[in-house]
Design a protein around this ligand. Structure first.
Ligand code: FAD
Ligand code: AMP
Length: 474
């Protein structure tokens, strides 16, 4: 017999699992299907983010940061250690333990919230029918009043540079290397290339990042990108811009890469090559021919502003659709769809979605960059504050970076916040809240910030807009 649900969610990444739990909380009879098999052979809901993305990358960034600091900054504190070594297998095992704890936690949350979980591949057919090919081997049919597609994304492969999972690797490979490669090539100076490049660079790899575009981090505010590039170069991350990778071949345990750069065509040799040129929507096995769900030219699931697909009652969210490929965007999009299904208000403002890069220093921003405001002809005023003038940053040995705020020239509404520095990922939240409430830079300037904290740099940047900064010239 076909089991009936109010909502069937396909995919249990941050888009799908959050939507499923929220739907069940609102009283909808909800099923969630995910096919991921964890390293222990069991179901591992959580998608890319928990298994091979956000969380494992942050675990390795943290381990490698400790190793790097022990060698390069602890001496300033009077701490010294001889024979410092890194056991990569232990680092990876620690990461795997965190992943298992979190994916196991989602299974528990599904039970606690009465979400029915199916471990297998869900395929949407006609009339909201979903057939599930379970990992156990049993096939079952489900029917949903509504369907939510949250099938996520996978790494893009460059034509002619096929992943072999040993020498030419994607994020999954780079999170599971069994040793520190002597020379690591990274194609793409985006978020993933910078984060995973940083991990292995800190552990001793000579990392070369090859980026086709002429500008470093073109999506970020130009001042932030410039400052970050300077810090990364100090860390000996070799970032080569204007460098297009054309081909790669593997021979004798090495990868030879052909690049087209400033000096014409050239060959570079690496021990491992990480391809981090973006991600594409994953829809294999998701849609039967009669599902009526259409894809865009880029292969994303086509949706309107309410995440409705071309088939009535079928919605799609997260990396499977347009918009930034970020876990929190995916989750909040799911919550908005479920709220609307339950008769509540649901809306996601893309302009107030924060972006974070977890390098050292961290980079975080929300809203408009200065170059966007210029292009849009918006009159704005700016203020900034360097962490080098912030007591807590100095005490913590993290003087690099700054906070830059942009506000409307006439209304003073905060239009953008750009932070490069320690804990930027946490500091940005205050700016997101301000923007969500359409607050002004004066609002930020009037709020009491604890002393000594890094957040005082946000306060001072807001004061600087009004020429009232205390700890820097105005
Ligand atoms: P996914 O997380 O990809 O989940 C989709 C799930 O659906 C998967 O489990 C997949 O197996 C399953 N699935 C697909 N088709 C089917 C089917 N037919 N049947 C059953 N199951 C199916 N974002 C951040 O915000 N912060 C970060 O720090 C961050 N770091 C990242 C680091 C790396 C290395 C990578 C690769 C990504 C990172 N991201 C980060 C991006 C983030 O992981 C994604 O934006 C997020 O996971 C998207 O969520 P999703 O639920 O849409 O898709
Ligand atoms: P992101 O989309 O943020 O993950 O970043 C991916 C980066 O890879 C972009 O900045 C692209 O310009 C870059 N890129 C894509 N293809 C190539 C290539 N063949 N050679 C070098 N860089 C590339």
């Amino acid at each position: 017999m076909t089991e009936q649900f109010d909502l069937i969610v396909i995919g249990a990444g941050p888009a799908g699992y959050v939507a499923a739990i929220h739907a069940a909380q609102l009283g909808l009879k909800t099923a969630c299907i995910d096919k991921t098999v964890g390293k222990d052979g069991k179901a591992a809901p959580g998608g890319t983010c928990l298994n091979v993305g956000c969380i494992p990358s942050k675990a390795l960034l943290d381990s490698s940061k400790h190793y790097d600091h022990l060698q390069h900054t602890y001496a300033d504190h009077g701490i010294s250690a001889d024979n410092v070594s890194m056991d990569v297998a232990t680092m990876i095992a620690r990461k795997d333990k965190i992943v298992k704890q979190l994916t196991g936690g989602i299974s528990q949350l599904f039970k606690a919230n009465k979400v029915t979980f199916f471990h297998g591949t869900g395929t949407l057919g006609a009339d909201h029918c979903v057939s599930v090919t379970q990992i156990s081997g049993d096939n079952i049919e489900l029917q949903g009043k509504n369907i939510l597609l949250a099938s996520g994304s996978v790494a893009i492969e460059i034509p002619g540079i096929a992943f072999d999972d040993t020498h030419i690797i994607d994020n999954i490979g780079a999170l599971n290397l069994d040793g520190v490669p002597e020379r690591l090539g990274v194609i793409g100076a985006g978020v993933i290339g910078l984060e995973l490049g940083s991990v292995w660079s800190r552990l001793g790899s000579k990392v070369t990042i090859l980026e086709a575009l002429p500008d470093f981090l073109g999506v970020a505010d130009k001042d932030v990108a410039k400052l970050a590039a300077r810090e990364f170069r100090k860390q000996k991350l070799d970032i080569q811009l204007n460098t297009l990778v054309k081909s790669a071949s593997v021979a004798e345990n090495q990868v030879v890469v052909t690049i087209e750069g400033k000096n014409g065509e050239q060959e570079l040799t690496f021990d491992r090559l990480l391809v981090a040129v973006g991600r594409r929507t994953y829809t294999e096995g998701l849609l039967a021919d009669d599902s009526e769900v259409k894809l865009t030219e880029r292969g994303q699931i086509a949706v309107d502003e309410n995440c409705l697909t071309s088939s009535a009652g079928v919605y799609a969210i997260g990396d499977a659709v347009r918009g930034p490929m970020l876990a929190h965007k995916a989750s909040e999009e799911g919550v908005a769809v479920v709220n609307r299904l339950a008769g509540k208000h649901g809306h996601l403002d893309f302009n107030t979605i924060p972006w974070v890069i977890y390098t050292e220093p961290e980079i975080a921003w929300v809203g408009k960059t200065e170059q966007q405001l210029k292009e849009e002809g918006v009159e704005y005023k700016g203020g900034s504050f360097p962490f080098a003038a912030n007591g807590r940053a100095l005490a913590g040995g993290a003087p690099a970076g700054m906070v830059k705020l942009l506000a409307d020239a006439s209304t003073d509404e905060l239009l953008g916040a750009h932070i490069v520095g320690a804990n930027a990922s946490e500091l940005i939240a205050e700016c997101v809240v301000t923007m969500e409430f359409h607050g002004s830079s004066e609002d930020l300037a009037l709020i009491v910030h604890a002393h000594p904290t890094l957040s005082e740099a946000v306060h001072e940047a807001a004061l600087h807009i009004h020429k009232h900064a205390i700890h820097r010239p105005n």
